[in-house]
Design a protein around this ligand. Structure first.
Ligand code: FUL
Length: 493
């Protein structure tokens, strides 16, 4: 016998003493299309994370080290993991991903796999461990910890041969078993080229489709850290957004089927950026985008760039263009040669977070009258008030046939606003294809904003604040009934 959702709910209610059966329409909507895993859902709710690019390059003033740097150059005499993590926290960052090894192959932890590591640097007489210090500081201050381990290794003599893959997996095993829980493992797609390679000093190219045997490495991550989301150009959990400017497509679907230049299935290092940037409507995989970008022009700290740190307003623009388009923001904040976040960067981060807190502190829809054209089964479970309770698990849903509903928010008086936020209940998939916002002005509805994809979050800004007693949300396209978890109306004064 199969137990349907309806049977289950009815029997639960009967057990609680309710005497009536539950109508089908009071059941949650059927999920639609590709769905997020629990780990993806958890990751999407983080929204803003930090990247920490730190290695020998910080001291040699390079962006890509050749792999022949002496470990002796790495000596961050004022290293302070608490200062770094607290600066990120003041910027509203929920997690931090450290470049445990960049392309130069220098390991920031005392690995057993190579001598090209912190064990041979003068810092703490070779007894230091940057990975442990950052991991512990994130735990102390309530951030989650992630690792970046560059597949390309310009130091390793075996790079390009099968032996290196075993070393790479051993490095990953150390990182995923020595330092506690990891929320994200970041695999970049820059692969192969010239390097030191144990003294060979030559150019080595690899076949991006076969050399790394990614499925085996991903299975290792799953085994060692089942809660960690895996990032690469092509997933499997998180996709690259297709540029390093931090900007998602104006339309950006959570679903995506990455493709190579010749149309085959995309792989790390070979996936069309334009497809990654917008995602694929009705795609077969739930694969949310991550927007990586640096707070400075380079990924590593360079003194000459101290005057080019992005301003709080520039960071806010990036927030609207990433988080506000259903993606996550991964903002790089490179520690300096002291081993601290420079004052310019710390100020910009704090200023950005204060801007966000001010804008989103007061949802003007709170206390307004909400009138929906339809409520699923006329049930309290799916009422529009769920949009305002700040709980991503409660939502306004409509009857199965009601795909283009409307919602009027009546403030009872004129209010001023210029920022809007919508979130779908993405546990039911990405449903809505387009929507519009109208304001009641001079006795009629006038459209003031509109967009396509919503997904985990859609933020819209008006060029100027409007004054209105009523706003109307119109869902203009959806293949199935809708499930919306959040509607925010704000004033960025
Ligand atoms: C790229 C690297 O080549 C850059 O140096 C940087 O680490 C960026 C985040 O990923 O693939």
């Amino acid at each position: 016998m199969t137990i349907t959702r309806r049977d289950f709910l009815t029997s639960s209610l009967l057990a609680l003493g309710c005497r009536y059966a539950v109508a089908d329409s009071a059941m949650p909507p059927a999920p639609f299309g590709a769905l997020p895993s629990a780990r993806q859902l958890g990751w999407q709710r983080m929204e803003t994370n930090a990247f920490l690019h730190f290695t020998v390059n910080t001291f040699t003033d390079k962006e890509w080290g050749d792999g022949d740097e002496s470990p002796a150059v790495f000596n961050p005499v004022g290293f302070d993991a608490d200062q770094i993590v607290l600066a990120l926290k003041a910027g509203g960052m929920k997690g931090a991903i450290l470049t445990c090894k960049h392309h130069d192959g220098f390991c920031l932890w005392p690995t057993h796999t190579t001598d090209h590591s912190i064990r041979f640097s003068p810092w703490k007489n070779g007894k230091g461990d940057i990975v442990r210090e950052i991991a512990n500081a994130t735990a102390r201050h309530g951030l989650r910890f992630g690792v970046y381990l560059s597949p390309w290794d310009r130091n390793n003599a075996e790079y390009g041969k099968p032996a290196y893959i075993a070393t790479y997996r051993q490095q990953l095993t150390e990182l995923l078993t020595w330092y506690g829980p990891v929320f994200e493992v970041w695999f970049d797609g820059a692969n192969g080229g010239s390097g030191y390679y144990g003294g060979a000093r030559e150019t080595r190219t690899i076949d991006k489709h076969t050399y790394y045997d990614w499925p085996t490495t991903w299975a290792l991550v799953r085994k060692l850290q089942p809660g960690a989301s895996i990032f690469s150009d092509a997933g499997p959990d998180i996709r690259w957004v297709g540029n390093e400017k931090g900007i998602a497509g104006e339309t950006c679907w959570e679903t995506c089927d990455p493709v190579t230049a010749d149309g085959g299935p995309g792989v790390p290092g070979d996936s069309q950026p334009s497809v990654l940037n917008t995602g694929t409507r009705f795609g077969s995989r739930w694969l949310p985008a991550e927007c990586d970008v640096s707070i400075r022009p380079g990924w590593f700290w360079h003194e000459r760039e101290n005057g080019q740190v992005k301003t709080p307003d520039q960071l806010l623009d990036l927030y609207f263009e990433s988080v506000g388009r259903g993606a996550n923001l991964l903002l790089n904040v490179p520690p300096n040669r002291q081993g601290r976040v420079s004052p310019q960067d710390a100020e910009a981060l704090a200023g950005f977070h204060r801007r966000c807190q001010t804008i989103f502190s007061k949802n003007l829809a709170t206390g307004a009258k909400l009138k929906a054209s339809n409520v699923r089964g006329q049930s309290l479970l799916f009422r529009p008030a769920n949009l305002l309770d700040g709980n991503p698990d409660t939502y306004w849903a409509t009857d199965d046939k009601m795909r283009t509903p409307e919602l009027v928010v009546d403030f009872g008086q004129n209010i001023r606003c210029n920022v809007f936020r919508l979130r779908e209940a993405i546990q039911f998939g990405q449903r809505i294809g387009a929507f519009a916002l109208d304001a009641w002005q001079q006795g009629a509805w006038t459209q003031v904003a509109g967009a396509t994809s919503i997904g985990s979050c859609r933020l819209l800004r008006l060029p100027a604040a409007i004054e209105t007693p009523r706003l109307r949300l119109r869902i203009t396209s959806s293949p199935v009934c809708i499930a919306l978890a959040d509607f925010g109306i704000f004033l960025d004064a």
